[in-house]
Design a protein around this ligand. Structure first.
Ligand code: KIV
Length: 283
């Protein structure tokens, strides 16, 4: 199958074919996701937490993101790759935003960029769309606003917050984004907006009524337990598999069981004899 485009993603939504999306930050994981037939990858700024060990996403930089995005993009011949615009990359000016979005497509070769765009950022989003770069919006919980929100909390549960989610989603659609991520919002709200919009909606903690579903891959694999949102389902315990493998390796190295002949290079006695002749025996 050829690579997903904004057109094929829109067709999936139109045909009620649920879109699958996961995060990835490195080549081998992205390759497995691509080969598993997942439709979209987000190289999220969550990498600041789940890869770099920071307490929140605010420390993700353009340099960090471009590097991770380039590795992921090299692995994907089918899955569409979306770069997350990190904090500070789109908050200052339209010009900065355009330059940073361009870096993702020219240096990292991703297929699209995503913004945690509020009403303040609609003009910037539109400017990037008008450059010809495919854009994804993100409403509901904005982890980059963790300080102002007082934590990573569900959004859209009271009237003001629900209206904000709906009006931002409508404004983003008008600005030309081709899809919108709904993070940590009630199912009734994402269902309402999904039916109101003409473009795909993708849920991460937004319930089952969206056009697609997204999870953070280290949550899916049981590889990150510093913070696990209530909507994150774990599908495997790769973290435990890794711990078991590392423990077994250490045991075998300490006991001398590894490496045995299978994992060592051989050499003829003649070669060793000539070395000893030249350099003398070990005293
Ligand atoms: O950085 C990320 O992984 C994200 C998702 C949580 C939507 O922005």
């Amino acid at each position: 199958m050829s690579k997903h485009t904004v057109k094929t993603i829109q067709e999936m939504r139109n045909n009620n074919d649920i879109i699958t999306m996961l995060t990835a930050y490195d080549y081998p994981t992205a390759k497995k996701i691509n080969d598993a037939g997942i439709d979209m990858i987000l190289v999220g700024d969550s990498c600041a937490m789940v890869v770099h060990g920071h307490p929140n996403t605010l420390t993700a930089t353009m340099e960090m993101m471009v590097l991770h995005c380039a590795a992921v993009a090299r692995a994907c011949d089918r899955t569409m790759v979306v770069a997350d615009m990190p904090f500070g990359s789109f908050q200052y000016s339209i010009e900065d935003t355009m330059k940073n979005a361009a870096r993702f497509v020219t240096e990292a070769k991703v297929d699209a960029v995503k913004f945690e765009a509020t009403h303040n950022h609609i003009a910037k989003t539109k400017a990037v769309v008008e450059m010809g770069i495919a854009c994804v919006g993100h409403v509901g919980l904005h982890p980059q606003a963790v300080g102002a929100l007082g934590g990573l909390k569900a959004q859209g549960r009271d009237v003001a917050s629900a209206r904000k989610v709906v009006s931002e989603a409508l404004a983003l659609q008008d600005a030309g984004v081709f899809a919108i991520i709904f993070e940590a919002v009630p199912t009734k709200l994402s269902d309402y907006v999904t039916r109101k919009l003409d473009i795909p909606t993708i849920s991460i903690g937004g319930g089952p009524k969206c056009s697609g579903q997204l999870l953070v891959t280290p949550d899916v694999l049981g590889m990150y337990d510093n913070f696990t949102p209530s909507f994150a389902k774990q599908y495997a315990n790769v973290g435990q598999v890794m711990t078991d493998a590392f423990t077994q390796y250490a045991k075998e190295v300490k006991s001398g069981a590894f490496p045995d002949d299978t994992y060592s290079y051989g050499m003829s006695d003649k070669v060793l004899e000539s070395v000893i002749k030249e350099f003398g025996p070990v005293s």
